[in-house]
Design a protein around this ligand. Structure first.
Ligand code: ZN
Length: 353
């Protein structure tokens, strides 16, 4: 054990699966790995607003494992409160985080606007003699604004997988594929301390092997300290083939036998692109009928465009299917809604022509 071993503080993502954030401190060094938003549960709002237990301006840099909001969502608050160092991530994560943080800021501003209106309405009902409750005061201020998101986005520096870099002298960082979503990485940090080196590995969210779009996670060879995160770490996944059989059965029954349409709610970043890839694959294999597929979400559309831009980071099968779809010029025909009219059109269209 080294006398100057780094100190790790867990600021989220423990005892729950959101708000991932680690503070790492060693003599003359202080940085964060992830700065995620707490999501779900009644206390999430309060946790997202509680003061950082460090001075954001005094951080040397931030390392981001991937773009999901539960890992990146408080970066705008960090920037608003004085952090002006570099946020290091892979290049696809930097692109995805930009659209996600803008979307998050938009939601924060809208929610604050709604709370303001309802607080005003209830104050009117209570009469002007009563001062507004403290809760109302808090709720009307957005957690952060679009300008804060832009401030954070401007701090990003995108890096390649497996390309070591030094965010500052004495700190060597490598991003390795984590197989979770586009750009996701496990982060290896080697600290050169006065009496030796210490290697810390942060897994980030790890994907299962055989994921439809991204390459499988790259094993990390060595660590003195290992931190592992996995949202579904306490569950056994059933084989992908069984899931696909069920998807084919459900889609065939709804589209062909009952002549209906199917609405699939899916996370905009990651899951939507996985589903598109699986629909292309199953159509190519002749297991699904020719379909019209509508992606009805601006965020999912942006995330899909970014996925296509970073096609070199996708696994071989995804690249192969992309080429097949481009050359087949047939089904599934994928449409992206760009306007309210596009979204409304979906209500009247048939999935199977
Ligand atoms: Zn994630």
């Amino acid at each position: 054990m080294l006398a100057t071993e780094p100190t790790l503080t867990f600021l989220g993502g423990t005892g729950e699966v959101t708000g991932s954030c680690y503070l790492v401190e060693a003599p003359g060094l202080r940085f964060l790995v992830d700065c995620g938003m707490f999501q779900g549960g009644r206390e999430a709002g309060d946790k997202n607003r509680r003061p950082f237990p460090f001075d954001p301006a005094a951080l040397d840099f931030v390392l981001l494992t991937h773009a999901h909001i539960d890992h990146s969502g408080l970066l705008p608050r960090l920037a608003a409160e004085g952090f002006s160092g570099v946020i290091h991530s892979t290049a696809p994560t930097a692109d995805l985080a930009a659209v996600m943080l803008r979307d998050s800021a938009f939601i924060q501003e809208k929610e604050a606007e709604w709370s303001r209106k309802s607080a005003r309405a209830s104050a009117g009902q209570r009469g002007s003699r009563h001062p507004p409750r403290r809760h109302d005061d808090l709720a009307v201020e957005p957690l952060y604004r679009m300008a804060d998101a832009e401030r954070a986005i401007a701090l990003f520096a995108g890096t390649r997988y497996e390309a070591p870099f030094e965010p500052r002298p004495g700190v060597r960082v490598v991003f390795r594929d984590a197989g979770h979503i586009l750009g996701s990485a496990s982060v290896e940090v080697m600290l050169v301390l006065p009496d030796g080196t210490h290697r810390i590995v942060f897994s980030g969210d790890l994907g299962q092997p055989g994921h439809p779009i991204v390459r499988d996670a790259v094993p990390v060879p060595q660590a003195d300290t290992l931190l592992v995160e996995a949202t579904y770490g306490d569950r056994m996944h059933r084989p992908m083939d069984e899931t696909l059989d069920e998807l084919v059965e459900a889609l065939t029954s709804a589209l062909v036998e009952r002549k209906g349409n199917v609405v699939i709610p899916a996370f905009a970043v990651g899951r939507t692109q996985d589903l598109l890839m699986l629909l292309i694959r199953l159509t190519r294999e002749g297991r699904l009928p020719p379909m019209e597929v509508y992606v009805d979400s601006p965020l999912a559309t942006s995330a899909t465009q970014i996925t296509l831009k970073h096609h070199a980071e996708l696994d071989d099968e995804a690249a192969h299917l992309g080429r097949w779809l481009a050359s087949a010029k047939g089904y599934p025909r994928i449409h992206f809604s760009e306007s309210v009219e596009d979204s409304m059109f979906i209500n009247t269209s048939a999935t199977v022509p």
